[in-house]
Design a protein around this ligand. Structure first.
Ligand SMILES: C[S@@+](CC[C@H](N)C(=O)[O-])C[C@H]1O[C@@H](n2cnc3c(N)ncnc32)[C@H](O)[C@@H]1O
Length: 277
């Protein structure tokens, strides 16, 4: 069993096996020891028991946008920013074997690569490439991507899930700007968290309590949040265009065909957008 850090374990505990669809991802998850995240998990769940639904919806929503693009263009390059130890890349290649995936993170990519090789040796490095890089350093990030076979002239889908909180606005959009193209042929899937005042009053305090706790436990300096106007402002700066948005209400409906926990759009605090760039 491989022991992983508290935060990475927390998201995997919240997501559970249900968050990943592929057999490959299930085999991989069985190799991880998530005990470091147990305390964070139990403390956060005390604030709001259904918190895990936010993460499961988030995972579903990101994959749903990926499918919407890969169904039409299965040979895309998928660049997963801050991929961490999450097995999204296995879900992508099991369903879309023609895709070429780049898992990028500032740490743990060699460990992840060796685990992936044990499970599916043929996929590494042919379908999935592991890149240890700081995405806020655009120059070395681009060099590292290129060194691993990324082709700037081919269509890319950039996945930014679980990272917008930790980077400043400038850092995130500067990294996105690397993927600008003449005909807006690339995509960005951006998952982000809403500011306090944009969430319905009866739900506002939940994310504040959870994130105050996480910020203290993890020593986070700041947590960046986005809303429609802010995403639009930054999209304009890099000549990107927002083409679709999923709220928790939208995703719950996609998953279950009805709404129970999220009857209104502002009952959740996580949103996912699909952009062209
Ligand atoms: C909460 S995890 C998200 C993992 C995965 N994307 C998910 O949503 O389940 C955040 C990840 O961001 C990575 N990270 C933070 N700052 C980074 C940076 N500047 N460059 C690359 N990765 C970074 C961390 O190492 C960590 O793996």
């Amino acid at each position: 069993m491989i022991h992983i850090s508290g935060t990475s374990a927390l998201v995997l505990l919240w997501g559970g096996k249900e968050a990943y669809k592929s057999n490959l991802a299930q085999k991989y998850l069985a190799k991880l020891d998530l005990s470091a995240g147990k305390e964070l998990f139990e403390e956060c769940n005390k604030f709001w028991q259904p918190y895990f639904e936010i993460i499961r919806n988030r995972k579903f929503g990101v994959f749903n946008f990926l499918e919407s693009i890969l169904d039409k263009e299965p040979e895309c390059q998928v660049v997963i920013l801050a991929a961490g130890v999450a097995p999204l890349s296995f879900d992508v290649i099991e369903k879309f074997p023609q895709a070429k995936v780049f898992d990028v993170d500032i740490e743990n990519m060699l460990l992840k690569k060796s685990l992936y090789e044990e499970i599916h040796p043929e996929a590494v490095p042919g379908s999935i490439n592991f890149i240890e890089s700081d995405i806020t350093n655009k120059k070395t990030f681009e060099e590292n991507l290129t060194k691993h076979g990324w082709d700037k002239s081919k269509t890319s889908i950039v996945v930014a899930e679980g990272i917008s909180y930790y980077l400043t606005e400038e850092e995130l959009w500067n990294a996105f700007s690397l993927f600008q193209s003449v005909n807006k042929s690339n995509y960005i899937i951006l998952e982000s968290r809403l500011p306090y005042e944009k969430v319905a009053e009866e739900r506002r305090e939940i994310q504040e309590k959870v994130w105050d706790y996480l910020q203290r436990s993890l020593g986070l300096k700041h947590v960046t949040r986005y809303h429609n106007e802010k995403v639009k402002e930054w999209s304009d700066k890099i000549n990107a265009e927002i083409i679709e948005k999923h709220t928790m209400k939208d995703i719950e409906n996609l998953r279950h065909g009805k709404n129970e926990i999220f009857p209104h759009h502002d009952f959740g605090w996580i949103e996912i957008r699909k952009l062209k760039v």
